[in-house]
Design a protein around this ligand. Structure first.
Ligand code: FES
Ligand code: FES
Length: 155
């Protein structure tokens, strides 16, 4: 079957099987490799995309479900500059090691800070509880989010 949706601002049409997940469509059919394949069972968050602006595990979404909707990955936010303060903050505090989890974190945090530009540390911890990182121990990621929040406020 064919599904039509917006991917990073552009309309796309793609042939899918009814049981195919969005993660596979993005990686294998549309070449979006920033969306990572991790656990494939809603535990790690490496496959996170924004679906109509909301962080969503693409490994859990059947492709037909995105028909008529909008999907965004870090490529889109990078292109229009929206990720810059976040990426800089992650780099400034050294919140990236292997980087496998990073695209998922960036999308989750981007959506979170849009809703809550001045979060407490507890709110940050809650916001990222669906994204796992096997390298950093989270301390630096939390510091990066705090720094990004300050950068975004100072414009
Ligand atoms: S690959 Fe989707 S949550 Fe882990
Ligand atoms: S930086 Fe390696 S998994 Fe997070």
């Amino acid at each position: 079957m064919e599904v039509f949706f917006k991917l990073n601002g552009q309309p796309v049409k793609v042939d899918v099987k009814p049981n195919e997940v969005l993660l596979d469509v993005l990686r294998l059919k549309l070449g979006i490799k920033s969306v990572k394949r991790g656990c494939e069972r809603a535990e790690c968050g490496t496959c996170t995309v924004l679906l109509d602006g909301k962080p969503t595990y693409s490994c859990m979404i059947l492709a037909p479900y995105v028909n008529g909707r909008e999907v965004a990955t870090i490529e889109y936010l990078k292109e229009n500059g929206e990720l810059k303060p976040l990426v800089e903050a992650f780099a400034d505090v050294g919140a990236v090691q292997c980087g496998f989890c990073t695209p998922g974190f960036l999308l989750t945090v981007y959506a979170f800070l849009k809703k809550n530009p001045s979060p407490t540390r507890e709110e940050i911890k809650k916001a990222i509880e669906g994204n796992l990182c096997r390298c950093t121990g989270y301390k630096k990621i939390i510091e990066a989010i705090e720094l990004a929040s300050k950068k975004m406020k100072s414009g």
